[in-house]
Design a protein around this ligand. Sequence first.
Ligand code: ADP
Length: 911
Amino acid sequence: MKAGEHLFGRLLGRTAGADHTPTASGLQVQLDSRGQVMGLSAALRAQLGPSTVGGTRPHLRQLLCAGSTLSIEGNPAEWQHQSLDLDFQGAAGQVLHTRGWVEPDADGWVLRLLDVGDLLEGRQLAQDREQNHQLACRMSQQLRVCSLGRLPEVFNEHLRSLSQRWRIPCVAVALLDEEDQGWRIYSQYAAHDAPALWQTGQRLGTRLDSLNGNAPLRLDTARGRSDNPRLHSVFGDADGVLVPYRDGQGVAAWLLCGFYRGQPHTHDQDWLDLAAALAGPLLSRLREQHHHQQLERVEALQGLLGTGWWELLPATDEIQLAPQLLHSLSLEDGPTRQPLALWLELIHPADRQELHSRLHDLQTLGRPLLTGVRLQRSDTAQNPIWYRVQGQVLGEGRQRRWVGFMLDISDIKNQQVQAAAAHARLDNLIASAPAVIYVQRYVSGALHPVFFSDSLLPLLGWTLADCDHEHLPALIHADDRDLYFERTRQLLREGSVRSRYRVRDSQGHYHWLLDEAKLLRDDLGIPVEAVGLWLDVTEATLAAERIQQSEERYRILVEDSPAMICRYRPDLTLTFGNTPLAHYLECQPAQLPGLNLGHWLSDEQRRAFVQRIGRLTPEFPVSTAEISLALPGREHAWWVWSDRGVFDAHGTLLEVQAVGRDNTEVRRSQQQLTQSAKMATLGEMATGLAHEINQPLNVMRMAIVNVLKRLGDGNAEVAYLTEKLQRIDAQVQRATRVVDHMRVFGRRSEIEQRPFDPAQAVEGTLALLSEGLRGKGVELRVTAPDVAVQVNGHVDQLEQVLINLMVNARDALSSQREKNPQLRPWIALHCEHDSRHVCLWVEDNAGGIDPRLLERIFEPFFTTKPIGVGTGLGLSVSYGIVENMGGRLSVVNGEQGARFCVELPVAQITR
Ligand code: ADP
């Protein structure tokens, strides 16, 4: 009851006068003292219906609704001075909300009532509106503060609350999509029992555009769809309300409520407020998000590009830089505001002043700034860091700002620099090269010259006009024209070509041009142009021709040379041989390759030959030797043979080139000479030899005379006779040895050298000479070699050398003794050797050789002896023999006489 008092009081105040005296038209109930209804005023009866009061008197309680706000206890007398809130059950099922009081009446009580239905409804409405308002505020608030990531979720949650609170089965918010300028469902909610009219993200196009955006639009199917036929496509057949939200630019959002009849008491303004509470913060958050993303993109872009904004702050003489810029300028630790001077310090001195002056122009004249600057950094001296600095004035008057950006353009700049350098190099190259670069454009199957590099003029004396499509073929040598046309066909067919032809220059001379061209095609594979290069190869071509000619000359030279020329592999297989060689080997030159040189060499010769070739090295690739061969159908041949090794990069012998000369004739005459000299020696030794033979003969004769004498005396004992006969036999043997040796010595030398012990020669010499020398009173001092060594050659020839030396010594001694009878002549012969050489010394005490003659004594026919005595051949022949054995014959004057040395290479040492 208390709750109603205030309202009641207000009502009373408002309705005082008018309703003070209840009339028949008022709502009145006559009651008896127990509260039973005695009658109803007409107005009340009209509301409660005639059946309300039947024959019996119902208690007032019975007229009230079940669960009425007031339960009536007691009787009317107790109700006095109280306000009664009573809800009557109306005839049409409605509830009649009343407030009343009882007054005593004539025969009972009268209950006067006022209809307070409207009042209550109004209050309810106000409460609802208040709650709605609060909810809207809360939603608005939450949308403002939630994280951007949760925004769609939170918003959808609010749509659900909205749907439940306002009992809207389908609710959605459509926003203007900036992309396609149409409307799009941002979020929607449909109650579980309602069909979803819309989908999140659904495009509504421009269907909402022409609607009145000032007030909610209601769709009521019952009342016909007069509003707008376009809405049919949005709402289908459903009823609904469409609420616009306007911002500065017009309608920015629509709140769509589907399957909703609308409650008449919801005011337009409430709808608009509700839409604003949702859409306002949503749009602002979306704008914030958009802005945020935009900012992120810009920052990422700045980071990626190595760029960043700057703004001049002239008031403090500072510059503010984007964080990215601070970072790339290596100022990361510093504040974003930097003194302008400090910033300028970062710029290379070469660009600093210009930048400063341009900044000044920007500030004072508003002239836009655009320049490229380098950074001042010691670590990047090679590749400087370049920035593009751009700036402009924003705003006017006092709002003016000076902003711009810096962009790292080092890559481009450095590429530019490199490209410029490469370009210059290329230009230089093209200009200085004996090459012409040309371009020929493809015109319906033909190639038309459209460009020649500048080198065309110095090379040929022509310009592009002289070498155009029409004239070019005429400049090509008549013999090469077909080549040129074929070159073009091949170029078009295969995409590239390389050919060589002659082109006439302006002087009328022909140049050999090497033409290399490539065809360029477009995306569809259709030829566009040919790019090519003319290289003047006249010199090279002529040189090649000359080489060919000279090769031919050399070939003829080799072929026609009287010398034998050949090439052979290390295994002695011939790979080439000229006609003279073929002639000696009795075959055709063509048959020579494949033959083996060793075939004509004795085993020993071949071994020595292969050994000699094996000693060739890249440092000492040449070796010369005399080789002896057994040629088909001929006597022994002697060739002087020069070999030159051909090696690969690793020093391995690949092939040998050899030149040979037939030395057989020379060899023969040499042999002849040696033989004659030998005979001469023998002749010369005749006296000595006679002595040598006379000696045993004397001994024998003495023996015989003595034996005969004994026999005559008659005392010839057997023992005596035997002793004498043995002596005779020994002397016969001795004479035989001498004669035998003379025969051997007088024989011609063998063809091939053999290893022998030089001691043999010493022995032979002494056999022939020792007796004779002793007979002449010459002392022989012989030291025999202690180790047996072998040398290569002919033992008789070495013997001849020794005989010559000893005979010369003997002669020198005898002439010396003529001058000095006191002289005690001696000849020493001794032998020395090391691992490589054997030396045979022949020394005498005849006073030596006149130093002025030392040089000449080996010359043939040089002699100091009287005519008819000396031949002057002894030493020269000896020299030849020793040289032939690979040794050396030399002489020095010793203390008492000449000292000859025969030095021979050791073939082997035998113990
Ligand atoms: P020939 O003995 O016929 O003169 P050689 O060629 O043998 O010819 O000797 C040449 C010359 O060398 C001799 O005439 C002599 O003058 C000189 N000669 C050679 N051997 C000796 C020697 N042992 N002492 C001095 N002179 C010598």
